[in-house]
Design a protein around this ligand. Structure first.
Ligand code: MN
Length: 227
């Protein structure tokens, strides 16, 4: 059967060293996964089970720009490592979780913090703060076959040449394996799913004209111009 109108394009990410694209299914994001960031957001990192929210697959943006969004007066960067799955399932055991990873990318969880804050206060969903157009600038996917499993090393963000965020992947409260295992109890994970694994402390505001450079040890740096 034909569609009543042409279907939207498949969201995808480039793959390092390949002419093929990684097709994106869903985008999951963990909240408050580095203790210092949880504290800067006013939370106690020690007594909280992991929680997740989602962005839309077509919020991913790969052209090196971040168009400053409408509505918000407080748009902030969050540097994160993205984990890209090649397979999935339900109830994935911790020891099998890494086997589902296709590769890793450097991503930004751009946030309309004022709208997110208002939503939090009212007990409303976070989509207006998190899942808006172009809210997930992302670099290419580095296959595990090329870079191995990434569980340690520096993660950082520079804004206009100044270091703003810094941390180490080892500081994740919930490891990548734990995130996959927990997520798979709530959702059926599939090939094409992307998980943003949380941000270290130091999040801050962006303005038009900013140059953001995100780095995760072992992956190509992500350069984003705020336009
Ligand atoms: Mn985040």
């Amino acid at each position: 059967m034909a569609f009543v109108f042409p279907p939207p394009p498949q969201a995808s990410l480039p793959v390092v060293g390949s002419a093929l694209l990684f097709p994106v299914h869903r985008v999951y994001c963990i909240g408050r996964n580095y203790a210092e960031h949880a504290r800067e957001m006013g939370h106690d990192p020690d007594r909280e089970p992991p929680f997740f929210f989602q962005k839309n697959p077509d919020n991913l943006r790969t052209d090196g720009t971040f168009p400053f969004p409408e509505i918000s007066q407080d748009v902030q960067f969050e540097i994160e490592m993205a984990v890209c799955l090649k397979s999935g399932g339900r109830g994935i055991e911790l020891e099998n979780a890494l086997g589902h990873i296709f590769g890793y990318a450097v991503a930004l969880d751009m946030t309309r913090r004022d709208l997110q804050g208002a939503a939090k206060k009212l007990g409303r969903p976070w989509e207006v703060g998190k899942a808006f157009e172009h809210s997930a600038p992302c670099g290419p996917v580095h296959p595990v076959a090329a870079v191995g499993y990434r569980a340690e090393g520096e993660i950082s963000l520079d804004q206009n040449g100044e270091r703003k965020q810094t941390g180490d992947l080892r500081q994740m409260i919930w490891s990548v394996s734990e995130q996959i295992s927990v997520l798979s109890r709530f959702f059926e994970l599939t090939a094409g799913d992307v998980i943003l694994t949380g941000t270290p402390a130091g999040v801050g505001r962006v303005a038009r004209g900013d140059r953001l450079v995100g780095r995760v040890a072992g992956l190509a740096e992500l350069r984003i111009d705020v336009v």
